[in-house]
Ligand binder design. Structure first.
Ligand code: TYD
Length: 213
């Protein structure tokens, strides 16, 4: 039984997710919410070690099945060590990427069977589903250009072809359409201040309910 509020942020590469997550966290903290921010893959000592392996551009030989199990192993540790305890303590958990990234990237992007991914995920997270998923939507062309301009390091997934990123985006939109009550789609192709305003507005109902508990 959880008493906290579990919010995830999703989006293709270059959607500005990391900056928006930071701004959102500052806003929530300023309002006094008991906030825990975290990210995937990572969020724990074991998870960060897995992140280094899974994102290493030298690991060109990585089998898609190994990739899924590595992301899922990091997630299992993250849920057990960080997310569940925080929710049980009544915290608001803001997580940058969660299992929807696996469905979008490994499922739709790589074309791996969603049924298997759902089984693996269910085992890894033991049924822990976000209360709300905020999705920053942007076309891959714009997203990848932004990513290149920001000069940040490219990981193994960033280096995939444009068609891969197009499948990822289509996957996100399909996931959102299948579960409209959990998802909010935010247009990320506009000034960062506007995106931030939209994110805050999308949170309102959940924050009210959270405060009332
Ligand atoms: P990261 O450097 O954290 O970038 P971003 O700012 O885009 O979140 O890289 C995360 C990368 O890992 C991103 O390319 C998506 C990928 N990923 C998956 O493919 N499957 C997953 O389950 C997760 C959590 C991430």
């Amino acid at each position: 039984m959880t008493t906290g509020l579990f919010i995830t942020l999703e989006g293709p590469d270059g959607s500005g997710k990391t900056t928006q997550a930071r701004l959102l966290a500052e806003w929530l903290t300023a309002q006094g919410y008991p906030l825990v921010t975290t990210r995937e893959p990572g969020g724990t000592r074991i998870g960060e070690a897995i992140r280094a392996v899974v994102h290493d551009c030298a690991h060109t030989e990585m089998a898609p099945q190994a990739e899924i199990l590595l992301y899922s192993a990091a997630r299992a540790q993250h849920v057990a060590e960080v997310i569940r305890p925080a929710l049980a303590a009544g915290k608001l958990v803001l997580c940058d990427r969660y299992f929807d990234s696996t469905y979008a990237y490994q499922g739709y992007g790589r074309g791996l069977p969603l049924d298997s991914l759902r089984m693996i995920t269910h085992f890894a997270v033991q049924g822990l589903i976000p209360d709300l998923t905020l999705y920053l939507d942007i076309s891959p062309e714009v997203g990848l250009q932004r990513r290149a301009r920001s000069g940040g390091e490219l990981n193994r997934l960033d280096r995939e072809a444009l068609a891969f990123h197009e499948r990822v985006r289509a996957g996100y939109l399909a996931l959102a359409a299948a579960e409209p009550a959990r998802w909010r789609i935010i247009d990320a192709d506009r000034p960062p201040e506007d995106v931030q305003q939209a994110l805050r507005a999308a949170l309102t109902t959940n924050l009210h309910e959270f405060t009332r508990i």
